[in-house]
Design a protein around this ligand. Sequence first.
Ligand code: KIV
Ligand code: ZN
Length: 505
Amino acid sequence: MDRVIIFDTTLRDGEQAAGGMLNIQEKLEIARQLEKLGVDVIEAGFPISSPGDFEAVKLIATEVRTPVICALARAHPNDIDRAWESVKHAERPRIHVFLSASDIHRVHQLKKSRREILQTSRDMVARAKTYTQDVEFSPMDASRTEPEYIYQILEAVIAAGATTVNIPDTVGYAIPHEFGTLIGGIFKNVSNIGQAVVSIHCHNDLGLAVANSLESLKQGARQVECTINGIGERAGNASLEEIVMAIKTREDLFQLTTNIDTRQIYRTSRLVSEVTGFPVQPNKAVVGANAFSHQSGIHQDGVIKMPITYEIMDPKDVGVPASSLVLGKLSGRHAFKERLAELGYSLSEDDFNRAFAAFKELADKKKRITHKDIESLIAEEKRTASETYHLDRVQVTCGDRGIPTAAVRLVGPDGKVLADAALGTGPVDAVYKAINRLVGVTNVLTEFTVKSVTEGIDAIGEVLIRVESDGITYTGRGADTDIIVASAKAYMNALNRLLAAKKAG
Ligand code: KIV
Ligand code: ZN
């Protein structure tokens, strides 16, 4: 069976999603998990776009050794040189050059002739090739480009040394049969196509990114570009977990394999959701909370008798933890450690000790601790590990007759303790105003949502907020059994991320 190369672009196209900005440590953590998942290529970023992105790609290239590490570059000499600087220490570096090919982009955006685009594509691939053997080229907006012109460009860039040619459906415009025909046409009409891997990169504007990708695999494409949870520019990219599980579940049809350790899918999905702040919709295929939960009596009856009646995938194959295993007040270090391992966490001794202390504290407030509580707890611990300001205490008074009032105490840089109080229109407003008086960073709150992690009155509440500062959106998350405390933690998380991003430039 042929193997499909899984090219993950969560850290590049995924990060382009509005509000998805990640810091360098978060990117490294995701890259390490992608390596565990078994992706073949990690597109780690777009180094010319900012010094922070450059540093992140460089760090990932140095630390993550198994997959190919790829850096994106426009078809400009400076971009390509910068991309190389960032990936040159990778075990297997790749430069990915792109240039728009469609008349729509050429006429309205680039104002260049077809001849110029062809020449630049060829020249820039040749430049990248002076640095590394592994060069990928993408004619952007390919699905809205005349196929004959795409054939011409591909032939030229392969002759110049491109080893992968990627066909992007940049605006998610294509329909499966049509996109498959384009890929099939490439195999028939590009004379040197045998010297390169054909890749696809599909966006989800019409909800067809996965369908278009699978159709292309049937036509012979052997690299698929995708992201965890399908995050990405606008409506996102093709979702890695859906493509991989479609190939595995319908092996009879595709006759293809991947290198992915599917049992790492759930953990990777949770991690990406935690750090980006993009929740996974409950009905999301493969990784949604309801993906393996059966509500109808007939279905439940069938699954009890024989899972295959209504389940086409075994939840264990994607690493979904068994929800029946519950911890409580009497569970010790050993049971907690085992549960963490089952959930795919491997913590350092210090992190484990902090997580265990937080678990014990939670167990005093909540009787049954499920895997969702543990995930929330570990995420909260991670968020507070690298803060500039730490929320030490928060206290509010409120009610239908009282004036909402909040007092907060923070521990700032160099351990300095800061305290203040404020009035607000409600308890959360009062808390945020009190924090603002201490931290003093101008921002606007653009989103605030609260949800409970599990059912029950003693459930952990998770707060997700987004704040905007200088046109950039920062996400913050906080979790606690008290939702006012969770709101305060989420705000601190967003402010700390904002401060770190400003510091990194
Ligand atoms: O969507 C797109 O066309 C891209 C390219 C850079 C491959 O992301
Ligand atoms: Zn894209």
